[in-house]
Design a protein around this ligand. Structure first.
Ligand SMILES: [Zn+2]
Ligand SMILES: [Zn+2]
Length: 298
């Protein structure tokens, strides 16, 4: 297919930095791809030439392992991932397995849609895993949090946004998207949270989030990679608090999420870069210089 836009995800930084095991090398990164089909393999009837589609992180699963058989294909024993173990969307064209591609509305803004393919999808999965608590904390207010804050507000929840200390711009941005409170990650929220999702790859946020949630509250780690979690007193986990991680996505997550996008009127904040400036986009993401999500345009 022909790539129209490809989002830049924090996972791409982990791939580029060699922080994830066994990548395909050399690898073309990028797993938030929006484009149009320009060729289909014989026997593929689900997709047609010219169709607008999205290619996510989950590129292929085995369909046979215990996880695939029980509806948890996100945990497949023999998966392939776009832009990590299979070439991705920092390109003009990409080859994808038709069974793992999402059909998108034929008209739409390609750049605005790209971040939905991972920040949106993994964000959606992490929101479901966080449970249905009313007061939800989001740690790290980047691409995923800025989408999920909108979904959570649409669901009628109260969002508390935590950013790097002194990042007034991100804190103000969070409030424009409906957050009831925003502040620094070291701050205690004005009241105990029911659940929290950590999007920043920073292990020291785990004890901070545990301290912010109420008894029985849940802390979800939504990234693929995180720095070591420092030791912490058992006391802050006690009272049935939980820590859980989120891995990958299922195709069902995608089907659900893309139905919600128009209902919740999700709008994404993007900064676009020509494909030739991909390294600049990665550097801006690394240095926290972005508001919203970076998107590459070939
Ligand atoms: Zn499998
Ligand atoms: Zn991603």
């Amino acid at each position: 297919m022909q790539v129209a836009a490809c989002g830049v995800c924090r996972t791409d930084l982990h791939v580029v930095d060699g922080e994830l095991p066994n990548p395909k090398l050399p690898i073309v990164p990028g797993h938030e791809i929006v484009g149009r089909i320009d060729k289909v393999a014989d026997g593929t009837d689900a997709l047609s030439i010219g169709q607008r589609v999205g290619v996510p992180w989950l590129a292929q699963t085995c369909g046979q392992c215990r996880y695939c058989r029980n509806g948890s294909e996100n945990l497949c024993d023999r998966p392939l991932f776009t832009g990590y173990t299979r070439d991705g969307g920092y390109a003009t064209h990409v080859v994808a397995d038709a069974r793992y591609v999402f059909a998108l509305p034929q008209d739409g803004d390609d750049i605005a849609t790209a971040p939905l393919l991972c920040a949106g999808l993994i964000g959606w999965r992490s929101l479901q895993i966080a449970g249905d608590g009313q007061k939800i904390g989001l740690y790290g207010f980047g691409a995923a949090a800025h989408i999920i804050a909108q979904v959570a507000c649409w669901q009628g929840r109260e969002v508390f946004a935590f950013t790097r200390k002194g990042d007034d711009a991100a804190q103000a941005f969070a409030r424009t998207l409906g957050a009831r409170w925003s502040g620094s990650s070291e701050d205690a929220p004005p009241e105990p949270l029911d659940c929290a999702i950590i999007y920043a790859p920073v292990g020291s946020l785990v004890p901070l989030a545990l301290r912010a949630v109420r008894k029985g509250g849940r802390v979800v780690c939504a990234g693929i990679h995180m720095t070591d979690i420092p030791s912490f007193p058992y006391d802050i986990l006690w009272h049935e608090r939980e820590i859980k991680s989120v891995a990958n996505l299922t195709r069902q997550d995608g089907e659900e999420f893309f139905k919600i996008v128009p209902k919740a009127r999700i709008r994404t904040e993007t900064v676009s870069y020509p494909l030739t400036r991909a390294n600049e986009a990665l550097a801006d993401l690394r240095n926290g210089r972005l508001r919203g999500a970076a998107v590459l345009v070939p």
